[in-house]
Structure formats: C-alpha cells, structure tokens
Design a protein around this ligand. Structure first.
Ligand code: ATP
Ligand code: MG
Length: 364
C-alpha cells in the first residue's frame, strides 16, 4: 500500500505564507530560487512524520520571527486509513501533536504513521560526521518500522541515564557496586533487543544498497555496509560486568549500543577516509533508496520519498537513475529550476508548485 500525503497546510511556519497544498499521489515538484522556502515545506512534512525537524531542535526557530506560535496540518492516506496529523508549536512549550484530533501523550507515538524517506543535503552527515549520525539513521528508520523498537530505545536511554547519574553522583564505591546490578540487568535487557534489531536492519539495508549502488555505478564499484556494534548482543552483559571498575573510575557507561557505529566501504575501503565527494553522495543515495525497500519489505507499505535539493547535487546520469528507479511511491521533490528531465513525461500525474519568498503558487 502506498502512503500518500494528500494535503498539507501551515500557519506561521518559518517564512511560509499560510496556505493549503494539495499533492499529486505521484510526483510533486516544488521549485524556486535559493532561500525561498522549499526546504521549509519539506521540513513540515518531516516533522509530521517523525515529530522532529531534521535541521533544528529549537522550536522557536520553526516559528515565524514575528509570531509566537505556528501549526501544521497534514492529511495522509495509506489505502486503509485516512489520518489527520496536527502539530502545534509554541515558544518554550513542548510540541503539541494530535492524531485525528486526539492529542498524543508522547511524540514517539507518531512514528510509523506517515512513512517517509528523506534524502537531503543534511544526510551527508551520515558519512561526514561521527557515529552519532549513523546511530540516528538506524534509530529513525527502526522507529518507523517498529513501535517496540522505539519503546526499547526510550527505555534503554532512561536506564542509561539513571546508571550514569549513579556513577556521577556518588563516590561510595560499595554503594555504587551494590546498586549497579539493578541498572545492569535492565540495560542488558533493552540493549540486547536494540543490538539485534540494528543487526537485522543493517543486514537488510546492506543487501539492497549493494545492489542499488552497483546499478548506479554501472557495476564498476561495490558498496558494503557493515554494522559495528560496540558489544554483540550475547556478550553485552559480560562486557558490562567486566567494565564496572572502569565505569566507576570514569563515571560513565562504556559499553552498549549507545556506542555503536556503521561502516561504509567502497571496493573494500572505508568511504569516510577514501571516498570522493561523488562516491559519498552516491553511497548515501543508495542507502536512502534501500531504506524505501526495507520499509516496503517489512511493512508492505510504500513510504513517501522526500527529495530535497537532490538533483542539483548529482550529474545527469544519476538524476536519470533516480527518476527511472523510483516506482510506485509518492515523490515530493524540490529543485531550483525545472528542466525536461525533472519535469518528466507528459501524462504523468504530477503537481508543480512555485515558491517565491514563502508564497506558494500552483503551476498548471
Ligand atoms: N523562523 C523563521 N521565520 C521567518 N523566516 C525564516 C525563519 N527561519 C528561516 N526563515 C527563512 O526561510 C528561508 C529559507 O528557507 P529554505 O531553507 O526553505 O530555503 P530553500 O528554498 O530551501 O533554499 P535553498 O534552495 O537555498 O535550499 C530563508 O529566507 C530564511 O530567512
Ligand atoms: Mg533548501
């Protein structure tokens, strides 16, 4: 079943003028010059899907400079259900999230409702930044796929925080040792589940992305994606036990999935160290397209593909590859100009929007 965003409206969101956008179930092109508000539109969709922005943690940055609150309303349809998601943003307050008019207690309850895969310039952090960005990638995806994963992750971090607080706030070694075992057993319980889920996820991603990357490069290069858990699931408990003295000395938890990483290799060499700009971009693209395959496989649902500014970053061959290889999904993409390639064949079901200083107009 295909996830379709039917419409999107917003008020006081960044520089966007209040409006309702009615999307095509197939291809949607949002174009305009730099700084006009294209990414802001993509950002509203991402927030409705994941509860968070991909660009900032600060709610105040999302609200128009001259206003105190903002809101977003998105209607989605996945073939079975039509849902309304409502996000309200107010300075210095928690985000308000409602599904079909009913407020959600936790933002994480939103996960998986509108399934999206986004590819934006910010995603280069997957390769260019530290392991945190790669753990976030796994977690964001797995949370869309499984409520249980999301739950375990939340519990893991809660226990980790309590364990670290104990290590930080007490100098009584005997007391710490006596208390640690409670936290250890819970940390291992949730941690193991996270490690196993990540392992399975990367195995899936790796199989798809190897194939996709091969097609992108015409078979000239081979991409490998490898999960590098800090501890394997079965050894996590023992490692945690063994490291107790070190943890007490440094007042922090050294072992566990909060230290995991993922390695990308092209022709068996680490892309982070040896990859060219183009190879890095193509690797991330392969990864993102694999995400859509994994979502399809695991949930039987086709995610919405958000492509922010992707075309301008790629040569024509790769642009063509994307457009020809994305089938059966709703696409919402931004670009600075539309040429024949992006505009596609006539007769395709598409909507075109022009953005100028935050004002959105529909192009016929
Ligand atoms: N809180 C805010 N209130 C008002 N305007 C804002 C706010 N935050 C950002 N902006 C404006 O939004 C614009 C940036 O929008 P956006 O990032 O969507 O541009 P874009 O069309 O994607 O450009 P590019 O092609 O360069 O990526 C800037 O002009 C910025 O000043
Ligand atoms: Mg942009």
């Amino acid at each position: 079943m295909k996830n379709i965003i039917e419409s999107l409206s917003f008020r006081n969101f960044r520089n966007l003028e209040e409006t309702v956008m009615n999307f095509s179930p197939d291809i949607n092109i949002i174009y305009g010059d730099n700084g006009m508000g294209k990414t802001n539109i993509i950002e509203t969709i991402f927030i409705c899907s994941t509860g968070r922005s991909h660009r900032t943690h600060k709610i105040s940055s999302l609200i128009n400079y001259e206003k105190e609150s903002a809101n977003i309303v998105l209607y989605k349809n996945n073939g079975f259900y039509k849902d309304k998601i409502n996000i309200s943003l107010r300075e210095n307050e928690r985000k308000g999230v409602a599904l079909n008019g009913v407020p959600l207690k936790r933002i994480s309850d939103l996960f998986g409702n509108v399934k999206v895969v986004m590819f934006s310039p910010e995603d280069m952090s997957l390769i260019n930044e530290g392991p945190g960005a790669r753990r976030r990638f796994m977690d964001m995806e797995l949370c869309q796929l499984s409520r249980i994963y999301c739950d375990n992750l939340e519990k893991y971090f809660k226990v980790l925080k309590q364990r670290n607080n104990l290590l930080k706030n007490s100098n009584d070694v005997k007391y710490i040792k006596d208390s640690l075992y409670i936290w250890n057993s819970q940390l291992v319980e949730y941690g193991k589940k996270i490690i196993m889920a990540r392992e399975e996820f990367i195995k899936n991603i790796s199989a798809f992305s190897e194939e996709i990357y091969k097609r992108i490069t015409g078979g000239r290069e081979k991409l490998g994606v490898y999960y590098r858990p800090e501890s394997l699931a079965e050894e996590f408990g023992t490692k945690l036990e063994k490291s107790i003295d070190r943890d007490i000395y440094y007042k922090m938890t050294h072992n566990g999935p909060h230290k995991d990483d993922v390695v990308f290799k092209i022709n068996d060499r680490d892309v982070r160290v040896f990859g060219s700009q183009g190879q890095k971009k193509s690797a991330v693209l392969a990864l993102k397209l694999s995400e859509t395959e994994v979502i399809k496989k695991e949930t039987n649902e086709m995610p919405v593909l958000l492509l922010d500014d992707v075309m301008s970053e790629l040569d024509r061959g790769r642009q063509k590859f994307i457009l020809e290889n994305i089938k059966g999904m709703q696409i919402i993409m931004t670009c600075t100009g539309i040429d024949d390639l992006i505009y596609g064949k006539s007769g395709e079901n598409k909507a075109v929007f022009f953005v100028n200083y935050g004002k959105i107009t529909v192009k016929k």
